[in-house]
Each structure stands twice: as C-alpha cells, then as structure tokens.
Ligand binder design. Structure first.
Ligand SMILES: [Zn+2]
Length: 318
C-alpha cells in the first residue's frame, strides 16, 4: 500500500499518515457516489436539451428534401396544366378547323395503364406517387406529339386540297361582260328539243384571258368537238374543270397548272354563238353547278356585278 507522508516538527521527520481501511472505504464510497450522481444528472440534462448531432443533420436534410419535392411537384403540376391547355386547343380548335375528330379519352390515356410501372420498386409512397404523376405526363405528351404530327399532315393535305379546289372565276370581273347562269336542262327552240347545259357561260371580249380556277394537271388541250378548242384540268380530290370555245390554247396535255394561271383566250370555236367561255365543274365524274365554286371568293361589289350581269332566262351561248 502506498503511503502519504506528513512532517512531524517534534521528530523533525516525515512520517507516514496512517489511514485505516475503514476510513479509506468511507472516503472512496463518498467519492464514487458523488461522481455517479453528477454523471446521471449530466446525462439526463444532455439528453433532454441536446438531440444527437446526426439527428440534427438528418432533420435538416429531410426538411430540405421536402422543399425540393414540393418544388418538383409544383413544376409537374404546372407542366400538366400547360399540357391540358394544349390538348384542349388541339381537340376543340385545331381539329375542328381541319375537320378532324377530337381524340377520345381512351386515346389520350393510351399507354398510361397496363404496363409495369417504373415506380413499382420504390417504397416511399410519396415518391412513388410523384413518379407515377411524371410518368402520366410523359405519356400524355407522347400522345400529343403524335396528334400534332397528324395535324401537320392533315394541314398540308388540306392546303393542297384548298389549292386544288376550283375556287375563283375563270374570267376576271374586269373582263366579264355578262354571265349566263343557265345550268341544267333547257329547251332549244331552234332545235325543237331540250338538252342539258352543264356549265356557265362567261361573255367576254375575244382573246380575254381564261384562268385555271385551281391547281391541277391539264388532261385535255385540243379542238375538234362541239367544245371547240377546250382545256380540261384534273384537280385531284374528285374535281375536274373544263374550259370551252377558246380562240387559242396556251397549255399542253400533262402540264401542271396553278390557280390563276392563263390556260388560253376567249373565242367562239365549236358550237358557239359568239365569244364567251363555257365553264364546267365536275365532282367525281358528275357535272355540278359551277356557281358554288367561286361566289364565296367575291367581294360584295364583285358579287353585285355578277348578279346584275347574270341572265336568269333560257338563253345560253353553249
Ligand atoms: Zn355554255
């Protein structure tokens, strides 16, 4: 046992302090008790006042993740709303203009259900719902892109169709002297019988220009029949126009022509009673009244002129 010493002035010596085992045990016990109590109190205080450092860091990280997630979700929602506007415009605007049916709900939802979801392995329900939402937007977007491509195709087709369709007068109002609106069966007193007049007669001076009323291909350009010198134009989409009694033809069979292009000049060749253009429109091989194929393009003044020039009687110039 190690001894502690004390100085004895009487003996002038350092003498060991004798500590009895009992006293030592008492002292040790007191020391341990105080230490233990202080330790317990300190631990309780620390645990109640200070969360673990890791916990603090994780809580902060968690909060930040929540903010980020809210941001992502709000952006997804905004994207979905923009897409919904586009889908609505597509269905109720573009498709109506282009004469197409709107997409059905099942077409819009195409590819959304059925297949295994990309989020199947994700445990967190909030994250899983978010990923499903994003996936749904992606599928809607794919459907919309296909729809836009179909619209574009239809638009190009419609533009071609509009360009091809007979839609203007074959004789300009500047040149037009008189328009005979006789169409259909009419009685010919000089012949003593009725026969159809399948077109309209535009009276104009000799050699006034005759315009193609739509884009197309010249399928006939010659003389020799009751039509005299005549040009036929095939416009596709079921339409054909015929221009008869020309003085001179300036296009050839097989030639592509544009709307407004000069095909030839007014004459009185074939079965005709004076310079005029006999104009016919055929749809799917049947004669139709050409009046429905240009009046919409005229201004009111032009239309008034057409009406006042028109003769509703039994006359026609053939
Ligand atoms: Zn005629």
């Amino acid at each position: 046992m190690a001894h502690r010493f004390t100085y004895n002035p009487e003996t002038c010596k350092y003498e060991p302090i004798i500590v009895t085992p009992k006293a030592f045990a008492r002292k040790s016990f007191r020391f341990l008790t105080v230490t233990f109590i202080l330790g317990v109190v300190g631990l309780i205080y620390y645990n109640t006042q200070y969360p673990l450092l890791d916990e603090v860091r994780l809580a902060k990280e968690n909060q930040n993740l929540k903010y980020d997630w809210q941001l992502i979700n709000s952006k997804l929602k905004a994207t979905s709303e923009e897409l919904a506007k586009l889908e609505d415009k597509d269905d109720h605007n573009y498709r109506v203009i282009l004469g197409m049916e709107p997409l059905s709900a099942s077409e819009r939802e195409a590819g959304v259900g059925g297949q295994e979801k990309a989020s199947a392995d994700i445990e967190n329900p909030i994250i899983r719902a978010g990923i499903d939402y994003a996936e749904k937007i992606k599928n809607r977007l794919t459907v919309e892109i296909h729809s836009m491509n179909a619209l574009k195709k239809q638009l190009i087709n419609n533009q071609k169709q509009w360009a091809a369709r007979p839609a203007i007068q074959p004789i300009s109002n500047k040149e037009l002297i008189q328009l005979y609106l006789v169409y259909g069966m009419r009685y010919l007193p000089q012949d003593g019988y009725s026969r159809p007049h399948n077109g309209l007669d535009f009276v104009a001076n000799l050699n006034s220009p005759i315009y193609s009323t739509g884009d197309g291909v010249v399928t006939y350009a010659k003389g020799g029949t009751t039509y005299g010198n005549a040009v036929f134009v095939n416009h596709s989409y079921g339409f054909e126009t015929r221009y008869a009694h020309m003085n001179r033809i300036i296009v050839a069979e097989g030639q592509q022509v544009k709307r407004g292009q000069v095909l030839g000049y007014v004459g009185s060749t074939g079965h005709s009673f004076g310079p005029h253009l006999h104009y016919e429109v055929l749809y799917q091989g049947n004669f139709v009244n050409p009046i429905g194929f240009f009046q919409r393009d005229l201004t009111n003044i032009e239309y008034e002129k057409l009406i006042s020039n028109a003769h509703g009687g039994a006359e026609a110039l053939d």
